[in-house]
Design a binder for this molecule. Structure first.
Ligand SMILES: [Zn+2]
Length: 467
């Protein structure tokens, strides 16, 4: 085994921390210990961090000072995650409307780091965080997730993700490049994962032989499908990590076939970074509970118990520059009751995570979560990708990209099968128009969404406003 990962972890990275005034590796060591604490001790630490966040938000963030004063809430009223429900959810529209008032007053703006999220639904979101949150806390979480997937700091890692806009000085950029190099981390913008670039991307994987890979499932499955269909052999990748989209069964199958390992699912976002990830047991996603509280609520904001699916509200315990308290991410999921067989005390999230925007509506007014429709089962083998678009309450367009040589498959039964699925979910039978296409377009975030809705019944205006 190469000595480089040890050198990178214990000598080079701590030196870089000293040079740039961060404590990523120290924090990584803390997280490695904390993950094995009993759940009760983790909850106590979480409550302490929450009290500090609430107190500081009240003192230094105009939005929260006004909100809590209007509701007669004192910082001491919120002592544990159970008390958070007295505050409303923080929606993306609220952030857009009150961005200035959401910034902490006692840190100069130039010391905060800006970011811009592409937004899965196509709407931009500007946000800020502290340098410490990004370079120490978020990076340490990412490193821990990497360990859970079976790779180590300093082993070659290829990350294919959305490159977000941000501001940083020349010195910061130089240290950032040094950090990437010592981690042997190569980053590719997911917008480069286009059909014409697939040969070059397969060749990059063959050349770099990464120990670990991260990408959106749709992007990585596209690369893997190209390699498989063109008989291009890829090296075994020990840790195949996917996030940002729901992993479909057919994507899991092609990733396993081409890269030789079971994919690890992660959950996070540009504005929150890594929030939860699967460990080597490949069960529920461990929530980074020293950094986040996750609540699950129904459409009316009522808390739901573990095992029941609803909207995810995430509180980030370390971003004191722009607090995300009960942040409505636009995702739907559930907490997983019980403990992981690995023995870690961190709470769990069900791996199946969808989007609130992914709802199928029937002409009768009933709706269903698109994540419950297993469209892949309605398709014959040999499909690279698909996308279902609800154009009206009674008409859908299904675009399918057949794998090379599969264009002549029997596609006739597909519209009927998809219509059956939607009928059983909503009670109303739509028309399905099937199109065989060469590719599915990426959205602003570089994702190829399996489902898009152009239908927003009047009754769901509140839901639309929440995005
Ligand atoms: Zn585990």
């Amino acid at each position: 085994m190469s000595a480089y990962p040890w050198l990178a972890r214990h000598v080079l990275a701590p030196t870089l921390d000293t040079l740039r005034g961060t404590r990523t590796m120290q924090r990584m060591g803390e997280l490695e210990q904390l993950q094995w604490w009993p759940a009760s001790r983790i909850r106590e630490a979480q409550a302490q961090r929450l009290q500090r966040l609430i107190s500081r938000s009240y003192e230094c963030v105009p939005f929260y000072r006004r909100l809590m004063d209007e509701r007669g809430i004192r910082p001491g009223d919120i002592r544990s995650p159970d008390d958070l429900a007295c505050l409303p959810a923080l929606t993306k529209n609220t952030i857009r409307a009150h961005l200035e008032d959401l910034l902490v007053r006692d840190v100069p703006r130039e010391r905060l780091r800006s970011g811009r999220s592409g937004g899965t639904t196509g709407e931009r979101l500007d946000y800020y965080s502290t340098r410490e949150e990004r370079l120490t806390f978020a990076h340490a979480r990412w490193l821990l997730s990497l360990e859970w997937s079976g790779a180590q700091f300093g082993e070659t890692h290829l990350s294919i993700r959305q490159m977000t806009a941000g501001t940083s000085g020349r010195e910061t950029r130089m240290l950032h490049r040094a950090s990437l190099r010592l981690q042997r981390l190569e980053r590719i913008d997911t917008m480069r994962v286009t059909e014409e670039n697939l040969p070059a991307l397969v060749s990059l994987i063959q050349r770099t032989k990464p120990r670990s890979l991260f990408a959106y499932p749709s992007a990585l499955a596209l690369i893997a499908s190209y390699a498989r269909d063109h008989d291009l052999s890829c090296p075994t990748v020990h840790a195949v990590c996917v996030g940002g989209e729901r992993l479909q069964d057919r994507q899991r199958a092609v990733l396993q076939q081409v890269f030789g390992s079971e994919p690890c699912i992660r959950y996070g976002s540009n504005e929150l970074h890594s929030v939860a990830a699967q460990c080597e047991a490949h069960g529920g996603l461990h929530i980074h509970a020293d950094d986040f509280i996750i609540e699950v609520v129904d459409d009316d904001g009522n808390l739901l118990s573990p095992g029941t699916r609803g909207r995810l509200l995430v509180t980030s315990l370390h971003n004191h520059g722009m607090p995300f308290i009960r942040y409505e991410t636009g995702d739907i999921g559930a907490l997983l009751p019980g403990a992981c067989p690995c023995g870690r005390g961190l709470p769990l999230l069900v791996p199946l995570i969808g989007r609130t925007a992914e709802r199928v509506y029937g002409a009768n007014g009933r709706c269903a979560d698109a994540m419950d429709l297993d469209i892949g089962r309605a398709l014959p083998p040999g499909v690279v990708n698909y996308q279902l678009v609800q154009e009206t309450v009674d008409r859908f367009v299904l675009s399918v990209v057949p794998a090379a040589g599969n264009e002549g498959n029997s596609w006739d039964p597909v519209p009927g099968r998809v219509a059956d699925m939607i009928t059983s979910a909503t009670g109303s039978r739509p028309r399905i128009d099937l199109h065989l296409v060469d590719s599915i377009a990426m959205n602003l975030s570089g994702k190829r969404l399996p489902f898009i809705s152009h239908v927003y019944p009047a009754t769901s205006r509140a839901e639309r406003d929440r995005r």
